[in-house]
Design a protein around this ligand. Sequence first.
Ligand code: AMP
Length: 175
Amino acid sequence: MKFEHYVRTIPDHPKPGIMFRDITTLLGDATAFRAAIDEMTQPFMDARVDKVVGIEARGFILGGAVAHQLSAGFVPARKRGKLPWRTIAQEYQLEYGVDAMEMHEDGLSAGDHVLLVDDLIATGGTALAALALIERLGARCVGVSAVIDLPDLKGAERLRARNLSVHTLAAFSGH
Ligand code: AMP
């Protein structure tokens, strides 16, 4: 399936110069959604995956379905201040300024094998922040699955340099 065809591109959103890759069109199509979850899951079917960590917010939709398919637990990585229990936080660089991502301190156990899921990998900064949280909890990230890669921004390359197996279904050039 050509997943690129199911992604809607919105120029200059949320600010001038950004080509926003909107996956709501893919999620709303029953066949494409099913196929995307199958393909995101397939490389990890025979791997041990105890938990899927999904990154807020689109990573929750995909990660929940991937976790179900792998019979794994689901653990959210959220923006600062959103999780109700005790958390650990990791700061990361945005285009303008710094943000923080949090996970519950008991979300993962030492030795857990984790698959990280998000909608899109651009610079890889978001996924690397989640990876830091996963490792600080003593768990091991076995791979990253996302719908879209923006290869010009080299995020997938950065993640592979950390010895992670990175799987994406569609690629777009530029930002
Ligand atoms: P990065 O940390 O640079 O890899 O950015 C990835 C995160 O930002 C993901 O959670 C995406 O949802 C979001 N993101 C970055 N660039 C775009 C884009 N062009 N379209 C849609 N979402 C994006």
